[in-house]
Design a protein around this ligand. Structure first.
Ligand code: SF4
Length: 351
């Protein structure tokens, strides 16, 4: 099977106790069955603690539950007691693998680094040229020939979507609007319909407050993120995303498309991923502007990384967004496009 990697993938190394966040923070840690079987055999105080801390969560998964937002094995020096005690080779698949994600499409496998890891996010934000040049290339297209489904069609549509998002001749919000409109046509083809031009929304789009309201209702791990979202909610009627921010958001959007667009092979819905990028754009762009004004600027890397950790990596939050897209007309492609276009018209002039 063909394996495809972004250019920076193999250079990534975890920076452990120099990490400004940590995957040992906020999350419960999944323990796969092989790892659990080994942990049941570990002797001494560490083994006793492992068996004490292993519980079954609400989804039926075996986990180490975070206590006060920390993995119970994350020590005061911000290092892992399991790694120190019995070696890296005995970390669970989740701990040993993160932030590496393998997305297997049967005939090829794409390997991605998650934006929820600050160090991986740094690699993505600093990448020169096109770090995903190998994605969607001849090898994948050829492998997709052997697939009965829509994979080859979606690979080509994904490449076109990325080209639209990276076309710097247009403001980013216009690119995102074009990408969304293009994908309504892709969706029509997937649904077996004749693609039709999208009609403009029949009423002015109004405010994008509903996007912020949805995010404020999400399951939120960090108190600082909750406060930030509530503050952004208060400014949702006049979101102002700076041109400067969109350079960094481009890298996030590119990552997100490569990570999630081909989910449509299974879900049959290509618009979910693009609409989630639109939501991320308004929320993180507004947070960036607010932090910049407050005199307590949070680096953009941290805003995008935290969004990935709080929203993208939460199954419940992602499902809540997809449900809102299905049931709330304000998340229609027409309305989101109108909001994106309006945001360019309302943007303050660049300095
Ligand atoms: S978030 Fe990334 S850099 Fe930080 S501890 Fe986890 S893998 Fe290492």
């Amino acid at each position: 099977m063909q394996d495809v990697y972004p250019e920076f993938y193999k250079a990534f190394r975890c920076i452990a106790n120099r990490c400004e966040d940590s995957c040992c923070k906020d999350w419960d840690i999944d323990i796969d069955s092989d790892t659990e079987a080994f942990y049941q055999t570990v002797q001494g105080a560490l083994g006793d603690k492992m068996r004490r801390e292993l519980v079954t969560d609400a989804y039926g998964e075996r986990v180490f539950k975070a206590k006060n937002g920390r993995c119970p094995f994350w020590n005061r020096d911000m290092l892992c007691d399991i790694f120190i005690g019995i070696g890296e080779e005995h970390l669970s698949q989740t701990c040993g693998g993160f932030p590496r994600v393998a997305v297997d499409y049967g005939v090829f496998c794409e390997h991605i680094l998650s934006f929820a890891c600050p160090e991986a996010a740094r690699f993505m934000l600093r990448a020169e040229g096109d770090p995903y040049a190998a994605f969607g290339g001849a090898a994948e297209l050829e492998a997709a020939e052997n697939d009965d489904g829509a994979l080859r069609f979606l690979l080509k549509a994904r490449t076109r979507s990325v080209q639209m998002l990276l076309d710097r001749s247009l403001p980013f919000a216009y690119r995102l609007a074009d990408c969304l409109e293009f994908n309504t046509q892709v969706q029509a083809v997937l649904d077996g319909n004749e693609p039709q031009p999208l009609l403009p929304a029949d009423a002015p789009p109004g405010s994008c407050r509903f996007i912020f309201d949805l995010h404020a209702d999400f399951e939120i791990m960090s108190a600082r993120w909750r406060t930030a979202i509530q503050e952004a909610q208060a400014h949702a009627d006049t979101p102002a995303v700076s041109d400067d921010f969109t350079r960094d958001f481009e890298a996030f959007a590119q990552y997100y498309i490569y990570r999630y667009y081909l989910e449509a092979v299974r879900s049959g819905d290509v618009l979910y991923a693009v609409k989630r990028i639109v939501c991320a754009y308004f929320v993180t762009g507004t947070l960036d502007a607010l932090f910049a004004q407050s005199g307590d600027p949070l680096p953009r890397l941290r805003i995008l990384q935290r969004y990935s950790k709080e929203v993208e990596h939460s199954y419940d939050n992602t499902e809540a967004m997809n449900r809102a897209f299905d049931s709330d007309a304000r998340f229609s492609a027409e309305n989101l496009i109108a909001l994106l276009e309006q945001s360019v018209a309302d943007a303050p002039p660049s300095l």
